[in-house]
Design a protein around this ligand. Structure first.
Ligand SMILES: [Zn+2]
Length: 107
């Protein structure tokens, strides 16, 4: 059964990622390699949140990401990536039957 709506779920995911980021920062004082691995995970998660926020029609950067470029940049990348894919899905030239993206969307 669904107990949380999209905005609440999104808030919780964003908060988890923000905490993950804080833990990675603390880890950087102890173990650089481990901290780097954690940051990669944070980057991937923030990007995937941006992507699902696009589909959930939540256009604004999560409030707890706004002060952290390492969070809002991957979030924006994920959002833009999904927007780009969505645009390709609508593009006649991308869907001409060849299976190849058109010159505009081929990047
Ligand atoms: Zn296209």
């Amino acid at each position: 059964m669904e107990t949380m709506d999209a905005a609440e779920r999104r808030w919780k995911r964003a908060m988890d990622i923000r905490q993950q980021y804080a833990r990675a920062q603390v880890m950087s004082l102890i173990d650089q390699q481990m901290a780097q691995d954690m940051m990669v995970e944070v980057w991937v998660d923030a990007s995937s949140l941006g992507s699902s926020d696009y589909y959930a029609d939540l256009p604004g950067v999560p409030a707890m990401f706004r002060d952290v470029p390492s969070l809002y940049q991957p979030w924006r990348d994920g959002w833009n990536r999904s927007a780009g894919l969505d645009e390709m899905a609508e593009c006649i030239s991308c869907n001409d039957g060849t299976g190849n993206p058109c010159f505009i969307h081929d990047r």
